[in-house]
Design a protein. Structure first.
Length: 750
């Protein structure tokens, strides 16, 4: 409950003290009723309180104090604050300010206690909105209804609080690629190109970041001083502020009981009056960022789509700000007729898709072309991601198929074949409508169309290939033919990719089926957004590690109760491998939300001075060498081999490797070395989807000619003792090598 609002903490404590369902429902009902009554009062109080101060100073202070990220630390500057104020809180402040003309603000100086009062009130209002929007479980007459209320609330909560489709560079690259083929039509219709808009906004974003860094460095130089005199003098120099005198500060210390820490707080707060300049930029600067060929009137028209004037939201319903904030589309403010103000640059990363879509779709002609472009883009970009990562695989796009038994027809978006594994990928480019994002009843339709239907299509195509092992010939809409040999494929893995992010719902498909919000007859398969796929491929080095992740993740999703999204699951996998011994009891609810912060720290590293290493599984040195050698040699059935190796917990790998090194040393001392001298070691390797035994045996060149006899004997004995279905035997010739293994054998029980 770190950084949680005291209101939430108290509610959580009340709920934890009782396990009775009726009592819990009653507690939640009381909380909802109280929040519903208190919310409009506190929201109105917040809006009126904001009118006391300079709106640009307030927004600058909120943004700097609460949204500044410290890459060298790996967290926001306010990480240690008792209550976390994040981007959604500052968005609320900006929207409320835009409900009033500049003349309505009294522009009084704000003191540290007054700013703290504002911050606390913003946190309280957001908290009240979340609590009053909690589902009323008293209305549920069954477990299915409870699940429905829970999942609708989950998506609503995700819309209100969670930000960012992906990381900044990723968002920019994807959006540019999405619109690239339409740029000619866009320029013809609107007089601009999307790539120009993105580059201009990105340039301003980066300029604000640089000014923030300069401001922060000035503050650091003040705060690191060890005396009052040095701190005040440094402040005066850094900020060119002669309004503060050393003598006056010393008087406060001598006569008013101020401490050195009080002085530092005062200087920090005083510097906040300069921070508003960080977020301001000239209109001329914005216009000059575009090519000379762009008509000035077109840029003015563009700004009407990106920037609000103070007071322009006067008639906007305050309640709608929380789940449909207009600044998500128009993030910039007019400070003067020639100066623009952008207090939350992170909105560019969070809502770049929505901003550009709003620009393009103002043209009916472009709006008609956009859905088809989304579909083509998703197919092309997904295929390219895989090809860039796994160049040795076979790729088949757009296979049109018909099941000979059922006469059912379909089209597969992408089939990837490597070794004895086929990855069946289905893609959905449709958008989640705003009503569904706010928890509306249409969410069920969206879930079935974007998550369940592709699962059905993928499973049916996989079944066709699995049940009819042959050389298949599939026509494509492009007029080409895909020749797919399914006789050598032993494992079929299905994956669906969406352009939109479903947040935590995409990782809860089995629970959605139980809730009746998704078709129940469709087998579960992993579903993730394009952004999450690209991030996952960054951390999963081989196609077999990806498939291992997908298969184990699907089973984990089916058997465990958890709260978290795809990237939280990815981090859990990197830490545990989803191995049975490292995963808590399936009966207990797992709170995974927040694990993905370790990915944030890596991606947001300072490129010139990286502090945080790339997250990865803590595989033993020997394991990593074996996996690399399997890939290098292209060993047959290496998917099954790698899965057995990856199913062993990382800590056990280390122990196994150390014990095996001791066995190798003993083997070198045995002369003469015979088959009877072999001292193999084995250990069961079980996961939720496999049951194997791993055997390692040091040998010497005298017995290598009899290795097949040895392997079969060891496998039979180990399988009998462990009741395993497969045995993986690793031989290492301690005399001649090669390392990391001399022989690798996979034997089935039968």
């Amino acid at each position: 409950m770190r950084n949680s609002h005291p209101y939430f903490t108290k509610l959580h404590e009340q709920l934890s003290r009782t396990s009775n369902r009726e009592n819990r429902v009653h507690i939640l009902q009381q909380a909802r009723r109280h929040a519903g009554e208190e919310f409009p009062i506190q929201l109105d109080k917040l809006e009126k309180l904001l009118l006391n101060y300079n709106p640009f100073t307030i927004l600058g202070m909120f943004s700097f104090c609460y949204l500044t990220y410290l890459p060298e630390k790996g967290y926001e500057m306010n990480e240690s604050a008792p209550i976390l104020i994040g981007q959604p809180h500052v968005e609320l402040v900006q929207a409320l300010i835009l409900c009033h003309c500049e003349q309505e603000f009294q522009c009084k100086p704000i003191t540290p206690p007054e700013f703290q009062e504002l911050s606390d009130l913003v946190g309280y209002v957001i908290c009240l909105h979340r609590v009053k929007g909690m589902p009323d479980f008293a209305l549920a007459s069954s477990d299915e209804e409870i699940y429905k209320l829970h999942f609708r609330s989950m998506l609503k909560e995700h819309t209100g609080i969670v930000r960012n489709w992906g990381y900044l560079e990723q968002v920019v690259r994807v959006v540019k690629t999405l619109y690239a083929p339409l740029e000619g039509d866009i320029e013809k219709e609107l007089g601009i190109r999307i790539c120009w808009v993105i580059e201009t906004l990105l340039r301003q974003y980066q300029a604000i970041e640089q000014r923030l860094q300069v401001h922060f460095d000035k503050l650091k130089s003040v705060m690191r001083q060890e005396t009052v005199e040095a701190a005040v003098e440094t402040y005066r120099t850094e900020f060119s502020d002669t309004g503060i005198q050393i003598g006056k500060v010393q008087s406060w210390i001598e006569n008013d009981g101020c401490t050195f820490e009080n002085v530092k707080v005062m200087l920090f707060h005083r510097s906040n009056h300069f921070v508003r300049k960080v977020f301001a930029f000239d209109l001329a600067e914005f216009i000059s960022s575009f090519p000379n060929t762009v008509d000035a009137s077109k840029i003015e028209q563009l700004l009407s789509q990106l920037a609000f004037y103070p007071g322009e939201l006067r008639n906007f319903k305050r309640e709608h700000i929380f789940l449909d904030n207009p600044i998500w589309i128009k993030p910039i403010m007019w400070a003067t007729p020639k100066v623009l103000f952008w207090p939350i640059p992170g909105l560019f990363q969070s809502f770049c898709f929505e901003m550009m879509e709003a620009l393009v779709c103002q043209s009916p002609a472009l709006k008609a072309k956009y859905p088809e472009r989304r579909a083509v883009f998703l197919e092309e970009y997904t295929a390219q991601l895989f090809q860039n990562k796994f160049s040795r695989a076979q790729y088949f796009r757009g296979s049109e198929w018909e099941n000979p038994s059922t006469k059912q027809k379909g089209e597969n978006d992408l089939l990837i074949v490597f070794d004895s594994v086929a990855l069946v990928v289905e893609e959905k480019s449709g958008a989640i409508n705003p009503v569904a994002r706010r928890g509306g009843s249409s969410i069920e339709q969206e879930i079935n169309q974007l998550l369940i239907d592709p699962a059905r299509q993928g499973q049916e195509f996989a079944a066709l290939l699995r049940e009819n092992p042959a050389q298949h010939s599939f026509k494509t809409k492009a007029g080409t033919t895909n020749l797919v040999d399914s006789t050598k494929i032993k494992q079929f893995v299905c994956l669906s990719i969406t352009l939109e992010r479903f947040g935590p719902l995409a990782a809860q498909i089995p629970k959605l089926q139980v809730a009746g919000m998704a078709k129940r007859e469709i087998p579960v398969m992993p579903a993730m957004s394009l952004a999450d796929l690209e991030i996952a491929l960054e951390f999963l080095g081989s196609p077999f590690q990806l498939v291992h992740y997908l298969t184990r993740r699907a089973t984990f999703e089916l058997r465990h109760e958890f709260l978290g999204d795809e990237l939280d699951l990815l981090v859990l996998y990197l830490r545990t491998g989803f191995t049975g011994k490292t995963i808590p009891d399936p009966k207990n609810l797992l709170f995974l939300s927040g694990l993905s912060q370790s990915l944030d720290r890596f991606f947001l590293n300072d490129p010139e001075n990286p502090v945080f290493e790339k997250p990865k599984r803590a595989l033993s040195k020997w394991w990593m060498e074996i996996l690399a050698e399997l890939e290098k040699k292209g060993t047959h059935r290496r998917y099954e081999i790698e899965c057995i190796l990856l199913d062993m917990p990382d800590e056990e790998q280390q122990v196994f490797e150390k014990r095996f090194e001791e066995r190798c040393a003993q083997a070198r001392r045995i002369n003469p070395f015979t088959i009877e001298s072999i001292e193999a070691m084995w250990t069961p390797v079980k996961s939720e989807v496999s049951n194997a035994v791993l055997i390692a045996a040091p040998v010497r060149e005298q017995v290598v000619p009899k290795r097949f006899f040895m392997v079969e004997k060891l496998a039979k004995q180990a399988i009998a003792e462990t009741a395993a279905d497969q045995a993986l035997v690793i031989l290492v010739d301690v005399d001649r090598g090669p390392w990391p293994y001399s022989g690798m054998y996979l034997l089935d029980k039968r």
